[in-house]
Ligand binder design. Sequence first.
Ligand code: FDA
Length: 389
Amino acid sequence: MQINTLILGAGAAGMMCARYSGGSTLVIDHAKAPGEKIRISGGGRCNFTNMYADPKNYLSANPHFCKSALARYTQWDFIGLVDRHGIAWHEKTLGQLFCDGSAKQIIAMLVEELHQAGADLWLQTSVDSVERTAAGFSVRLLREGKPQTVTCRNLVLATGGKSIPKMGATSLAYDLARQFGLELTETRPALVPFTFPDGRFQPLAGTALPARLSNARTSFDEALLFTHRGLSGPAVLQLSSYWREGEEITVNLIPETPLFDLLRDQRQSEGRRDLTTELARHLPAKLVDFLKPQLSLKGRLADQSDTALAALCEALQNWRLLPSGTEGYRTAEVTLGGICTDGLSSKTMEAKSAPGLYAIGEAADVTGWLGGYNFQWAWSSGFAAGTAI
Ligand code: FDA
């Protein structure tokens, strides 16, 4: 079979690309259904973009690479598409837009769009081999186990990253990129919970509070969640993308309050109040109980010297922790790193050294923050490649 464009991966980026690359496009995926990560995203409601999406919300060895694609297909363009399909949505927090109903509406929209554009979709289809030909590529596919060869002028790598292998994530995009001489940057699990040895936070599992998490390079003010294995919640997932093994993190459990001044004032006016009672006004009671033996919290406010209050504030607002690791690709929402953007055109996503070969979405070394930024990159990079083809 001879076609113009073969897109590997019917995820967010691949389906978006097919909508714009038009007729004579085939999208293949080894899964039984397209867009499986869209389906499970945002707790089943898909955080499909972010109102404030901007290049500063993305990590890449080349932070400028994402600018062109994000500018040419913005969050407002995607919101317009969602609106045209009559999909109701709402802002949850921090510009994060979710479907009112179900993430399945986004998948149905993308499938409808790609079919309307004249593209075909083959599921349960895997890639056996890819070879360069004079006119493009020859790809041996296994469609429901049966071999089939497709020749195409353009080949789009849209099989995503390594996150959640249970859902069918593979390294195909990286393997093919390497086959065609493209460089890869180091890949790491990102947007992923931290683990700690010895079940340290087990008694706190399920406790959540707003906090500021920092390392030497950055800081995030969002919710922190204690888990059986360690720390999770949006603030942790965000920081994980900037974290390296062996690095300490700092947790500010009461970020918005000038705690030392407040405790000193309270000591003056409410000196008979128990210290733990006072702290429970700022922190979940379970967390105060947990910290009580570690910080030797005892006595009334009036019993605390300035030095003791300062040490307490340091412990609560500058809590230094050393994660033993992360939960890895098993639960990571995304893969940091990937196909090095130096080898790609930022306008078209085409490989500079292999004309006709494109890399889009998570497979490329562009990783967004938590909050709809990764889907926006999938839409924008898919659009860039699709319109260039
Ligand atoms: P994506 O992974 O979507 O698609 C790749 C496709 O390729 C898949 O359909 C896969 O089956 C297929 N494939 C892989 N290997 C193959 C092979 N060897 N042969 C054939 N097909 C193959 N982002 C966001 O912005 N908002 C959110 O709410 C969330 N929520 C979220 C929750 C969870 C649990 C996860 C794991 C991730 C998110 N994300 C997210 C991240 C987001 O899902 C991700 O960044 C995009 O799906 C990336 O889109 P791609 O199209 O690049 O890859």
